[in-house]
Design a protein around this ligand. Structure first.
Ligand SMILES: [Zn+2]
Length: 585
């Protein structure tokens, strides 16, 4: 039944995530004088270190009075080091390197200043692409302190008009908490304490993995100036922890600032028992390579089920976050009873705390599902699932918690293979893992280079992953669990003009618009030419259409009379379409 394959040989990776300790940043947070990025009052919609989907938020989300178009200014003199333009993510964004060792970043912009705009356009023109993410330090575009750099907007994956503002240490690219800088702390006042909403207790194994089904959430109440949990009575954990398990805690704590109701994140927390502090969390900076370990820091089951972002105060080997000055939050079940204290500070130093008591009257042995080790894949080892026609390979650290081996094969005719379901799409994976599906017998002229793997979520959403054909198998990678099926994409995208056709008079047009649709692997690259000169064409994400602006940059390519408009598009499997229209100007 099981076979050994050569692809197992490249499991030479190892994780040393847990070796990464807490490091204080050597930056003069108290005395550095930085200008604000806008001249309107700075009110936050989100802060640094807030828990978001798969990441901690890496900047400040600053309100822009609900509208686009606020002036943005460089916080210090510097050189434009990187520019980005995309319908997704940061949208329009500028990075500026400053002589003080910091890089500032302004994202979701509406437009750039004329100097930055012409730099961006020259990159776009060189690469013949609207989407750019380019290091431009060597072009030497200097900006002065408080120089206008563009307008705030709502571009990229932003949901509402705001400025996403980040500060990074230039040499390491670690993102810093802007509110650690006193110059910004003074401008964004806060005297509101963090809010403690609840405490969750867990049975945890010796490595800090949560024992399935053995946890309980207790709401906290604020009564007469003090927080109470379980109405002030001791929490009896005897139905939760037992033989071979440890007690762990998670805290549902958020911060609010004075000027708005938006929920933000806390900065520094402490868990102590008696006089001793066992666990400390302090979020001063984030290393991007570890940011996805948010899924290990929080209890993602609690988030999926109850939309609560809780901070676990215990840590597994698969958690490289540099945010724990102390990480000893596992309390042996035999002596976990006692008095505990939890303290949470926001970055301005406002404090919320709670005292609570744990008792453990239990002696009975509750079953621990994790003891049935054959039922689980463990995150801190290499794992393989090997069948005759379906295989998965996980490096160490590919997921966060022991993963139940849920596997099912459905024999249907809907796809080129059976449907192989592994685990649940709601469970996050940390790293891409290898997926292999055996191909059926294929005709001689079959386009094997265009085979891929479809990953279908529990809700039926399909994402297509391009594959590589090797000896009767298709290999690809995925970072999502769900249903895996074999597919082929040999169909090019389709170009559908919206406001022009062959022979159309476009003299009064300010844009030409079209749709580009792809059946499976998705539109990857797209280009437009007027009389064989490249012209900018962008994707309007909100209106789901492609737009060629007819402006001062593209118009010089138009001639009186007939003009040739050529558009091409490529999907992720390399299927290409190109069409030419004649329009009249
Ligand atoms: Zn943001």
């Amino acid at each position: 039944m099981t076979k050994q394959f050569s692809f197992l040989l490249f499991i030479l990776f190892s994780i040393s995530a847990s070796a990464q300790g807490y490091v204080e940043k050597d930056i003069d947070f108290d005395n550095m004088d930085l200008a604000p990025p806008m001249k309107i009052p700075l009110i936050l919609a989100g802060n640094f270190g807030e828990m978001r989907s798969n990441h901690f938020h890496t900047g400040l989300d600053i309100k822009t009075k609900g509208v686009e178009g606020q002036n943005l200014y460089s916080i210090e003199e510097g050189v434009v080091s990187r520019v980005r333009v995309s319908p997704w993510g940061y949208g329009l964004a500028v990075y500026i390197d400053h002589p003080n060792g910091l890089t500032s970043l302004y994202a979701h912009m509406k437009s750039f200043s004329p100097a930055i705009d012409s730099l961006v356009y020259s990159v776009q023109k060189e690469k013949e692409t609207y989407v750019v993410d380019e290091n431009v330090l060597d072009r030497g575009l200097k900006v002065k302190r408080e120089e206008f750099i563009g307008l705030s907007g709502n571009s990229g994956s932003s949901m509402a008009a705001h400025l996403h503002f980040e500060l990074r240490e230039t040499k390491t690219e670690h993102v810093l908490n802007p509110l650690k800088f006193k110059c910004y702390q003074r401008k964004i006042k806060d005297s509101t304490k963090p809010t403690l909403k609840g405490i969750k207790v867990y049975a945890v194994n010796e490595k800090g993995y949560m024992v399935p089904g053995r946890s309980k959430y207790y709401h906290c109440k604020y009564v007469n100036g003090k927080y109470l949990v379980n109405n002030g009575a001791p929490i009896d954990v005897s139905g939760i922890v037992t033989d071979n398990s440890y007690l762990g805690f998670a805290f549902h704590v958020v911060d609010k600032l004075d000027a708005a109701h938006n929920i933000c994140g806390v900065h520094n927390t402490f868990l102590s028992k008696g006089d001793e502090t066992f666990h400390e969390q302090k979020i001063d900076y984030i290393d991007f390579s570890y940011n996805r370990y948010l899924n290990s820091h929080q209890d993602y089951y609690e988030f999926k089920q109850n939309k609560r972002n809780v901070h676990k105060n215990f840590k597994t080997p698969v958690n490289g976050l540099p945010i724990y000055p102390k990480a000893n939050g596992l309390f042996d079940w035999t002596n976990c009873a006692g008095n505990y204290k939890f303290k949470a500070f926001d970055v301005h130093g406002n404090l919320t705390s709670i005292n609570f008591t744990i008792k453990n009257t239990g002696t009975s042995s509750l079953s621990n599902p994790l003891d049935e080790t054959q039922n689980y894949f463990y995150p801190d080892s290499v794992n393989t699932l090997i069948y005759d026609d379906f295989q998965l390979l996980f490096e160490e650290g590919s997921f966060y918690e022991p993963l139940e081996r849920i596997f099912r094969i459905d024999s249907t005719n809907r796809y080129m293979s059976h449907e192989f379901t592994f685990s649940e799409s709601e469970i996050p994976a940390n790293k891409y893992f290898d997926v292999r599906l055996k191909t059926p017998k294929l005709p001689d002229n079959f386009p094997i280079s265009k085979l891929g793997i479809g990953v279908i979520s529990d809700k039926g959403y399909l994402s297509y992953r391009s594959g590589q054909y090797v000896d009767g198998w298709v290999e690809s990678t995925s970072r999502s669990f769900g249903k895996f099926v074999l597919m082929v994409d040999s169909v090019p995208p389709v170009l559908k003009p919206l406001d022009f056709i062959e022979g159309k008079v476009i003299s009064k047009y300010r844009t030409m618009e079209l749709k580009i649709e792809d059946n499976l692997s998705g539109v990857w690259k797209y280009r437009a030419y007027i009389n064989d000169e490249w012209c900018l064409m962008y994707y309007n994400r909100k209106k789901k259409k492609y737009v060629i602006p007819l402006d001062k940059r593209s118009k010089p390519n138009l001639v009186k009379g007939e003009n040739k408009v050529r558009i091409n598009a490529l999907d992720s499997e390399g299927n290409k379409v190109e069409k030419i229209w004649t329009v009249v100007y």
